[in-house]
Design a protein around this ligand. Structure first.
Ligand code: PA5
Length: 434
């Protein structure tokens, strides 16, 4: 199968000296990662997840998803951060853009999300939507103690038990959590929910290829075998140190750009379906690298939409940014611009063209303008937006993130900083013990 294509030619010359100097360090970093000798090496379970995921687990996940799909019009996935973003990214990328405006069909439930915010209106409106509806819950929390999903799950569990009865509700709730510890594990065991385990050695932001991501993706009707196949191929492609290893090269280049003063990386797409993929990517890189007073700030934009809002800054603002563009070679559908006799809008010069042809010229024109304006441009092309390509892309970014973090000199697998706000919040809420 065609692998994703990394093109660095419009970026590397912005930091040529640094890029050359980082050659050995990039080899060292990937070796450290593969040999498990670096900081955070008790969190490397994600490295061989694609090749080591047993078929029996995939079959069980598909069977659970099938049960929920048969019995629910809505499946609510409850989780936050690494327990939410991967599934949301894949489901959003693969869905019809207007799926939410169609009524649910038998065996094709809508997958909704909760526990990823503490919005009172959001939760109240979600519960209103679910009034009298057939719904199920996939509750996901590695620690089993995170406040946002705990609030959402408490509300939704009550509602489901009231609407379906306690016994039936039990079969419509699936918990994904730690094998032994945490409040969710205790509750799931007491209530008798079906459960899936989040491996101890896989951190939240690296967990999309565990049941954390796979079950919600299967619930939305997508092919998780193809997703894993793409990831497996990328696992093989990025296994060994080599100048041909795209993950190593991306990690090397972004560190070179960082050293040359490019402190912000903008992940760019020209396909709105990739919006949440960028959200997933931001967590992956932000939590992995932003520590010890270091780290590239990961930002994202959706083009051409944001060219009309952020385009000015990117073209002309402080020269501290570089961009990484995810380009989808071929859209799934064919749609052309119609001819119009009066041509009042003046776009007959592009009549009969496919819309994607215009999009691709916008992409090329933007790259030329940004590179001229001093913004290095890295391009990652995927053949099409499907499970296989997304699996490749996920593993590619995960692997590059581990390498890049080691090159930067941080532990890419911890996140001590995220506790600070929680301590304050708990104290303000008078949580016992704070
Ligand atoms: O990457 C992480 O570790 C975090 O984003 C967590 O995934 C997030 O805080 C949710 O944690 P949990 O799954 O324990 O509820």
């Amino acid at each position: 199968m065609k692998t994703i294509d990394l093109n660095i030619q419009d970026a590397v010359y912005f930091a040529e000296k640094e890029y050359e100097a980082l050659k050995d360090k990039s080899v060292e970093a990937i070796t450290t990662l593969e040999e498990g000798t670096g900081a955070g090496n008790d969190f490397l379970g994600w490295l061989d997840l694609p090749s080591k995921t047993p078929e029996t687990l995939v079959d069980r996940i598909n069977a659970t998803a099938e049960r929920l799909r048969e019995n629910c019009d809505y499946v609510v996935c409850v989780g936050i951060g690494g327990s939410y973003l991967g599934a949301k990214a894949v489901n959003f990328a693969l869905a019809d853009s207007f799926a939410d405006f169609y009524a649910p069909k038998p065996k094709e439930p809508k997958v909704l999300y909760a526990g990823q915010n503490i919005g009172e209106d959001y939760l109240a409106e979600l519960q209103k939507l679910l009034e009298g509806k057939k719904f199920g819950i996939v509750v996901i929390s590695k620690s089993g103690t995170t406040t946002e999903p705990a609030i959402a799950f408490r509300l939704l569990k009550n509602q489901l038990e009231q609407q379906a009865g306690k016994d039936a509700a039990k079969d419509l709730i699936v918990a994904i959590t730690d094998e032994k510890k945490g409040a969710l594990r205790t509750m799931a065991d007491q209530e008798g929910y079906e459960t899936y385990i989040i491996p101890d050695n896989v951190g939240g932001r690296f967990s999309v290829l565990t049941p954390v991501g796979l079950l919600p993706i299967a619930c939305a009707g997508h092919d998780i075998k193809k997703l894993l196949a793409g990831a497996q191929d990328m696992e093989r492609t990025t296994l060994h140190p080599s100048p041909e290893n795209p993950a190593q090269e991306y990690a090397r280049l972004r560190n070179a750009l960082y050293q040359s003063g490019k402190k912000i990386e903008i992940l760019v797409n020209f396909d709105p379906k990739l919006h949440y993929f960028s959200e997933w990517w931001k967590q992956l890189y932000g939590e992995s690298e932003g520590k010890d007073g270091k780290g590239i700030f990961p930002a994202s934009v959706d083009f051409t939409t944001d060219l009309h809002s952020m385009g000015q800054w990117i073209q002309d603002g402080e020269r501290t940014i570089f961009e990484t563009v995810i380009s989808v070679k071929k859209p799934a559908l064919t749609h052309r611009i119609p001819m119009n006799a009066s041509d009042l809008d003046g776009i007959n010069y592009i009549a009969d063209k496919r819309i994607d042809e215009v999009n691709k010229m916008a992409e090329l024109g933007t790259k030329m303008a940004h590179v001229d304006g001093g913004v290095p441009n890295i391009k990652i092309e995927i053949p099409s937006l499907d499970e296989y390509s997304l699996g490749q892309l996920i593993y590619f970014f995960e692997k590059a993130c581990g390498i890049s973090g080691y090159m930067l000199g941080v532990n890419p697998f911890n996140q001590p900083g995220v506790e600070a706000y929680k301590k304050n919040m708990f104290k303000l809420l008078k949580k016992p013990g704070y």
